[in-house]
Ligand binder design. Structure first.
Ligand SMILES: CC(=O)N[C@H]1[C@@H](OP(=O)(O)OP(=O)(O)OC[C@H]2O[C@@H](n3ccc(=O)[nH]c3=O)[C@H](O)[C@@H]2O)O[C@H](CO)[C@@H](O)[C@@H]1O
Length: 362
């Protein structure tokens, strides 16, 4: 099989693509070309994973009327032309887009060239690019019941997010906690604001820091790479042994296998990992995303008893500490873990690969 993959901007769109590629390459010889942007996280993550990478120049539409949108249309036209050239040279059997605006020109170009296409929507509410592409793509793979009715009935398939499979296949290595400097006999929570960090969550952790330092649990506090330096300057002069602050975690699934619980944004790929592994979670949805989709992502799991939610308007040191304290109750945490696992989709990579194989061989 030869597959062209596009997806970018943030980790939530890139990690599912990488998980799918790794799954397919383990099963059979699969040649891959990844098309992203130079500025997105994909331009480092994809080459680091040893996958051939080409770039197009494209930006997202602004929600308000602006001259920038005219420029975006011109960039789109140019990026379609460039994508067509890459695709004609690579000759893929199938093209998949995993979200982010870079998929727009790539999947559109593929459809116009008559190459079978599939788009993967991780969220409960579709993003602008996938809404546009749904008209052109042959299949739309979704991860939430709520997303099924948002796409044409004859195209939609429910596969889940392939990063869930990668999470359950990750190495079970308890010493990862020790390597971070934790006491392995006490529970560890990870607090991370998505792939880029989140300023309001960082502020709540700073406000709660002195109280958290007194707790009988430990915290891996992931600030997000861009926030790290500023946060370090704001941390109290004493550094609590039980709170370890890092900019980013390279291999999140290995870490997630060992923690008592996780606090973070309600990005769909994080949710897929946490549910597949049955990690109790406290979601603080970002209210700054299209159609408030993170709230709806989180809500679907809160309703199943698989997670807790703190809306950003209610986020402060007290609500953060209360949520963490509640997961100290082992029976409560175990029940949530069980419900999260029941809602998880660890078979997602195989299901999505089957859809791609069927399309590519049609
Ligand atoms: C602001 C924005 O538009 N965010 C979107 C973006 O979020 P974002 O990119 O933050 O995506 P997610 O939270 O879904 O996924 C983050 C990914 O990065 C990994 N990770 C995170 C931190 C870290 O230190 N190390 C690490 O490897 C996580 O394990 C996960 O695989 O894509 C998601 C999936 O479409 C959407 O639901 C989010 O709404």
């Amino acid at each position: 099989m030869r597959i062209a993959v596009s997806g970018g901007g943030t980790g939530g769109h890139i990690y599912p693509a990488l998980a799918l590629i790794r799954h397919m390459q383990r099963k059979e010889a699969t040649d891959v070309l990844y098309i992203g942007t130079e500025r997105g996280l994909e331009s480092t993550l994809v080459p680091e994973a040893g996958i051939p990478f080409k770039s197009v120049h494209i930006t997202g539409f602004k929600r308000s009327l602006s001259f920038e949108n005219v420029k975006t249309v011109l960039r789109f036209v140019k990026a379609v032309r460039q994508s067509k050239a890459y695709l004609k040279a690579f000759k893929p059997d199938v093209v998949i887009g995993t979200g982010g605006y870079v998929c727009g020109p790539v999947v559109y170009a593929a459809a116009k060239l008559g190459i079978p296409t599939l788009i993967h929507e991780q969220n409960s509410v579709p993003g602008i690019t996938n809404k546009f592409l749904a008209r052109y793509a042959d299949k739309v793979a979704v991860c939430f019941d709520e997303a099924v009715t948002r796409f044409p009935e004859n195209k939609v398939v429910y596969t889940g997010n392939p990063r869930a499979s990668e999470a359950v296949e990750a190495e079970d290595n308890p010493s990862v906690l020790k390597e971070h400097g934790f006491n392995p006999d006490k529970p560890v929570f990870v607090i991370a604001g998505g792939s880029r960090g989140a300023a309001p969550i960082n502020q709540a952790v700073l406000d709660a820091y002195s109280e958290l330092a007194k707790k009988d649990y430990q915290i891996l506090y992931v600030t997000g790479s861009v926030h790290y330096e500023a946060i370090q300057k704001k941390l109290p002069a004493y550094e609590a042994d039980s709170i370890i602050t890092v900019p980013y975690v390279e291999n999140m699934p290995v870490l997630l296998r060992q923690v008592r619980g996780a606090v973070g944004r309600a990005g769909a790929t994080s949710i897929a990992e946490l549910t597949a592994l049955g990690v109790p979670a406290v979601y603080i949805p970002s209210p700054y995303v299209t159609e408030n989709h993170q709230f709806h992502n989180a809500d679907a799991y809160v309703k199943k008893g698989a997670a807790l939610m703190i809306e950003e308007k209610d986020l402060n040191a007290e609500t953060l500490i209360a949520a963490l304290d509640s997961l100290q109750d082992t029976a409560f945490a175990a029940d949530m873990s069980q419900k999260a696992k029941e809602a998880g989709m660890p078979q997602a990579a195989a299901m999505l690969a089957d859809e791609l194989n069927a399309l590519g061989r049609s």
